[in-house]
Design a binder for this molecule. Structure first.
Ligand code: COA
Length: 259
């Protein structure tokens, strides 16, 4: 179905594998378009409850935007590339009402690190490496990196990583808050899916509200506290809330419907 991705839907979890291992899974135009289509599937396919994005092979998650496509670009083309990526993929992942996480299985550089950061949270294998090396090419991050890296690890560290282009390993990424967990490579996807499976037992309506509100907080939306009050109230209108509270009182597990 896709040329540059492998996808699989199992137990409500949609696994998206970026599949250009000979090019370190670099994000060329085709990958961006197909990733956009795969994320659209997450939005529209009711059988998909959660999603995980990873890279094919044992070396790279994604080693960045495809540098071979840069030479033909001018100012307008460069901005256009970044905007298209934001619209089709990066902002769409961030704003997805269903959880999308990244399982980082190797190099996550440039656009790869940015792709991981657009996800709701990240887990990594021990061999994962992170960096924003655009400065080596006379460039800056263009898929949201200056914003999301600063939000995730703070101004000083973000400045240093982007100015030096240095790479950091999985444990350092964890200590900075860039990834939540580090697993051995063979365990990466199973563990990622275990977390998603757990989330899938929770109320989908509530999970969507959490995503929207936390996203608002990272954008310093001034109405964040008011939005929370409103969405808290909205939860009381959901079938999920009635089921969750009733199940607690009846001392049984809830069966949420996402309504
Ligand atoms: N864009 C296009 N091609 C890329 C790429 C990218 N971002 N990253 C890797 N590749 C290609 C290489 O050109 C090479 O292709 P070839 O076999 O046809 O020559 C192939 O993937 C393997 O990469 P190679 O560099 O030989 O592997 P390595 O193990 O020596 O190094 C990296 C791995 C990730 C450290 C190195 O490929 C790299 O620095 N990539 C660019 C990272 C970057 O700057 N990203 C930000 C882009 S804005």
């Amino acid at each position: 179905m896709y040329n540059t991705l492998q996808t699989q839907l199992e137990n409500g979890i949609f696994t998206i594998i970026i599949n250009r291992p000979d090019k370190m899974n670099a994000l060329n135009k085709d990958v961006i378009v197909e990733l956009g289509q795969a994320i659209e599937e997450v939005y529209t396919n009711s059988e998909i409850k959660t999603a995980v994005i990873t890279g094919m092979g044992e070396k790279a998650f994604v080693a960045g935007a495809d540098i071979s496509e840069f030479s033909s670009l001018d100012k307008v083309g460069g901005s256009g590339l970044a905007q298209k990526g934001a619209d089709l993929v990066f902002n769409k992942i961030e704003n997805s009402p269903k959880p999308i996480i990244a399982a980082i299985n190797g190099f996550a550089l440039g656009g790869g690190c940015e792709l991981a950061m657009a996800c709701h949270f990240r887990v990594a294998s021990e061999n994962a490496k992170f960096g924003q090396p655009e400065v080596n090419l006379g460039l800056i991050p263009g898929y949201g990196g200056t914003q999301r890296l600063t939000q995730l690890i703070g101004k000083g560290k973000a400045m240093e990583l982007m100015m030096t282009g240095d790479m950091i390993g999985a444990e350092e990424a964890k200590s900075l808050g860039l990834v939540n967990h580090v697993f051995v490579l063979a365990e990466l996807l199973p563990k990622a899916k275990e977390i998603l499976q757990k989330i899938q037992t929770k109320a989908p309506v509530a999970v969507s509200h959490i995503i929207a509100l936390v996203n608002g907080a990272t954008k310093c939306v001034p109405t964040g506290f008011d939005d929370e009050v409103e969405r808290f109230g909205a939860c009381f209108e959901s079938e999920d809330m009635k089921e969750g509270t009733t199940a607690f009182l009846e001392k049984r597990k809830p069966a949420f419907k996402g309504k």
